[in-house]
Design a protein around this ligand. Structure first.
Ligand SMILES: Nc1ncnc2c1ncn2[C@@H]1O[C@H](COP(=O)(O)OP(=O)(O)OP(=O)(O)O)[C@@H](O)[C@H]1O
Ligand SMILES: [Mg+2]
Length: 324
């Protein structure tokens, strides 16, 4: 059984006058010990999906359809209390800005002891030792000094390491990371990615990482899921997605990656923009930007289907070659 299985999940937000469809029949799974990357341009619904997996949207703000099964139990059918327990015991979220997860007026050490005590029955002294062990484990030298620091005394990269240490100290089985390195400089970004990769190997934790950068996903992930306008349009093993992408949107994203020696003027961008949930087209949502689109694509919506084992795509013409 997969650790997480999302089936035909749709999310609707209640606006003032109407309801917006944010996610449309999203289906995928995460195996135990696997890193899944969710990629797509800004506004594709990646963060909303991450929030859904965390069980963050109560019924008064959103309508949810389908199922989100964690170890076979449907998150969408749980009571608020059960969802809270799921968040406390099994999953942990890492945000783009580490300050979202850290309280500025409490020392790192006290925050860690508080969170560890919520999850484990142990003495304060043991909780302190465990916190310091994890601060060291995520590559923070002088863990004792970090333990006594306030968040503002640390750099962005150090704070993101602290947040990772917090998630692991509570034995999270699934970590959902939404753009965890986007706010960091390139060198620090790479160090944090390397850290995530090492920790995942050592502790067999499952990770869902949201990133708009398909290159980051390529480095880190076992499989990549590409989203467009609230839908999944391609899923497959990382090697396959990078070397032999099927959907023309995935090909476009790969072409956008900066190569060595390219200057800004030479960078490719996919013409057009992601449609908004206010006016999703009725056919294929990518058709207005797709080089391969046929009249058929504008009228009918392709469903996500298995092309070969492990590779899924939502496209009527997946075999066609195109420039982008
Ligand atoms: N509270 C809300 N009510 C209505 N629509 C919303 C709300 N929050 C987000 N949206 C819309 O949902 C869509 C998906 O947003 P989301 O934040 O998930 O995108 P994203 O893929 O994470 O983008 P980015 O890469 O910029 O973070 C967007 O079109 C956004 O405008
Ligand atoms: Mg986002």
């Amino acid at each position: 059984m997969a650790l997480l299985e999302v089936k035909q999940h749709s999310l609707f937000f209640h606006g003032d006058e109407r309801t917006f469809n944010i996610l449309d029949r999203v289906s995928f799974h995460v195996e135990k010990g696997e890193i899944l990357g969710i990629v797509g341009e800004s506004g594709c619904g990646k963060s909303m999906l991450a929030g859904s997996i965390m069980g963050l949207y109560p019924a008064n703000v959103a309508r949810k359809e389908g199922s989100i099964l964690y170890e076979g139990k449907d998150l969408l059918a749980m009571s608020a209390k059960q969802r809270e327990r799921y968040r406390g015991e099994h999953v942990s979220m890492i945000f783009q800005n580490p300050n979202t997860s850290l309280n500025p007026v409490i020392t790192i050490g006290k925050q860690m002891i508080d969170i560890i005590s919520e999850h484990k029955r142990m003495s304060k002294k043991d909780a302190k030792n465990l916190a310091i062990k994890w601060l060291g484990e995520v590559g923070l030298a002088q863990a004792e000094d970090i333990f006594a620091s306030y968040p503002h005394q640390l750099s962005g990269g150090m704070k993101q390491r602290v947040v990772i240490a917090m998630a692991l100290s509570c034995d999270a089985e699934l970590i959902v990371a939404d753009e965890p390195t986007t706010a960091l400089d390139v060198t620090t970004q790479f160090q944090i990615l390397r850290l995530i990769k090492r920790l995942q190997k050592e502790y067999r934790v499952s990770i869902v990482i949201v990133t708009h950068n398909i290159g980051v996903a390529g480095y880190l992930c076992d499989r990549i899921m590409v989203m467009y306008a609230g839908q999944v349009i391609e899923v497959g093993p990382t090697e396959q997605i990078l070397r032999n992408p099927v959907h023309s949107y995935t090909k476009g994203l790969l072409k956008c990656l900066p190569g060595q020696g390219k200057n800004i003027d030479e960078l490719y961008t996919i013409p057009g923009t992601v449609p908004s949930p206010l006016d999703f087209p009725s056919g294929c949502r990518y058709s207005s930007r797709c080089q391969l689109a046929q009249p058929h694509c504008k009228e009918h919506a392709p469903q996500l289907e298995q092309l070969v084992v492990g590779i899924y795509t939502a496209c009527f013409y997946p075999e066609k070659e195109c420039e982008a």
